[in-house]
Ligand binder design. Structure first.
Ligand code: FE
Ligand code: FE
Length: 496
């Protein structure tokens, strides 16, 4: 009868990385292994790394990296065992648990060469088959060692080519230096590392601790995503990655300061509360978190509004905040895929102005300065959306369709759309059509008036007010006359 094979992958996983995972998958496939147990060991005191990760963190990273593959599971029997862990004890325990399985113990070739010095090699040889990975092109007599071990202890050894040159040391170095690790480690594990500052330089740890106390959990999640994105953007565009990481880490540090501490930073009337944590955050990062780098502080200060003359670092933090992976607003991928920081900024600023307008809020002058500085323009803002509204009306046989750009004449809206139906029923049908299709053109209706009588229905889209008239009311009120100018009117359909 063929025995099940169970892989036993011991290691410190400091941290686990894609090289470990692909080796486990490769071995499983090559040897018909049904399950791989990652046996995480206690780190011997002499191997403890400064600025590393605690046992709990190493374990959490390992769990996150392996939990989505049913082939893998995590064993903590060595982590919580008192005193020195010996492989032979671990294998004994696993053999008791899986008496009918053939245990395949994974090891590197350096370990194979030292095998005779291990505790009870003859017992290990009875309990398990050794699976030894050999670095491609670097075989150092593993075959001979294997034959010798078989003669002495009856050891069964299977040699396998190593599949990935990655090492935990390399991953740790990249994390320390704020270089991207997205290709080295599974997403969830990477996120955990940025969320807790594992393997980051020592001086960031107290900052992390304070942030975890002062920010809500979902704000910390966002912060971790901003760090990840800022690191990627810094690598992509050649900015200082450590400054990007620090600014990203602290960008929202003042998010939950009481109103009284935020208000002094207001420079508009009425104060724009949602943006004040940015200028306040720059001071807070300096005074409370001890950051002295003026470039980092400036990037924090500008992350909600932007401004003219932004540095590459300023842009990266503004963008990272807006396009981090948990953001899913329409158009976010367009920003992510734009080819230069300036192009990304233009799209990001337009999107944020759009969002502010849609919510009927004020736009901070610094945001407009940023947009103008990048050669962007705000004129006729929302024109394509208004044309989409006109098209819906036109397709439903509305008549006399006009779009009036009134943004520079009034603050009630940027646009008026005026259209007529032939009867009360038709006017209502036009209104129903817009309500039904608004979402499909990326818009939403905030308010609706006059539906009952249906002689003059007003639909409020935030940036645009749509007036649907019965012909008699249209003729009587002629509201377009109030707003008509030389070049602010579009008659729909637009004739060439
Ligand atoms: Fe913020
Ligand atoms: Fe933020």
């Amino acid at each position: 009868m063929k025995q099940n094979r169970i892989g036993v992958f011991g290691g410190s996983f400091h941290p686990v990385h894609n090289g470990h995972l692909s080796l486990a998958r490769h071995a499983a496939e090559a040897l018909g292994i049904e399950r791989v147990l990652f046996v995480i060991d206690r780190i011997p005191p002499h191997k403890t790394l400064a600025g590393g990760a605690s046992d709990e963190e190493r374990l959490a990273i390992l769990r996150l990296a392996t939990e989505d593959d049913p082939l893998f599971s995590v064993e903590t029997l060595e982590l919580y065992r008192e005193g020195t862990s010996y492989t032979v004890d671990t294998l004994r325990e696993l053999k008791e648990r899986y008496p009918d399985a053939e245990l395949c113990f994974f090891m590197g070739s350096d370990m194979l060469n030292a095998f005779t010095n291990w505790r009870s090699p003859e017992v290990i040889s009875r309990l398990a088959t050794l699976v030894c990975t050999v670095r491609t092109g670097q075989s150092g007599g593993e075959r001979e060692t294997a034959d010798m071990l078989f003669e002495r202890f009856g050891t069964k050894v299977i040699l396998l080519d190593e599949v990935s040159p990655l090492s935990s040391t390399l991953v740790r170095d990249c994390i320390r230096d704020a270089l991207p690790i997205q290709d080295m480690i599974p997403k969830k594990a990477e996120h955990y590392i940025y969320l807790h500052g594992c393997y980051a330089p020592e001086e960031l740890r107290p900052m992390y601790e304070r942030l975890h106390r002062e920010l809500k959990p979902q704000r910390m999640e966002h912060t971790a995503y901003v760090i990840e994105t800022a690191i990627a953007l810094a690598a992509r565009f050649g900015a200082d990655p450590k400054k990007a990481r620090l600014a990203a880490l602290l960008h929202d540090c003042a998010k939950y300061l009481p109103e009284g501490l935020l208000l002094p930073y207001a420079d508009t009337e009425p104060p724009m509360m949602p943006i004040l944590h940015a200028p306040a955050g720059a001071d807070y990062a300096k005074e409370v978190y001890g950051v002295s780098d003026p470039e980092v502080l400036e990037a924090i200060r500008l992350h909600t509004t932007g401004d003219a003359n932004m540095t590459l670092l300023d842009k990266i933090i503004y963008l990272a905040d807006m396009i981090e992976p948990s953001r899913s607003f329409e158009g976010v991928d367009e920003i992510r895929n734009a080819s230069t920081p300036d192009e990304m900024m233009r799209l990001a600023l337009l999107r944020s102005i759009w969002y502010i307008k849609e919510n009927g809020s004020q736009i901070h002058p610094a945001t407009l300065r940023a947009l103008h500085d990048l050669g962007g323009t705000m004129e006729r803002f929302g024109e394509s959306e208004v044309l989409a509204i006109c098209k819906l009306l036109y397709d439903k046989k509305a008549t006399d369709i006009l779009a009036l750009h009134i943004g520079d004449k009034t603050i009630i809206a940027d646009w008026f759309v005026v259209a007529s139906g032939t009867s009360v029923t038709h006017v209502r049908a036009l209104c129903d059509e817009l309500e039904e299709k608004a979402e499909s053109i990326g818009l939403s209706i905030r308010r609706k008036e006059g539906y009952e009588d249906a002689r003059w229905i007003v639909l409020d889209f935030g940036f645009a007010l749509v007036h649907l008239f019965h012909p008699e009311e249209r003729e009587y009120y002629k509201i377009e006359r109030l707003w008509e100018g030389d070049d602010n009117m579009i008659r729909y359909p637009v004739s060439e």
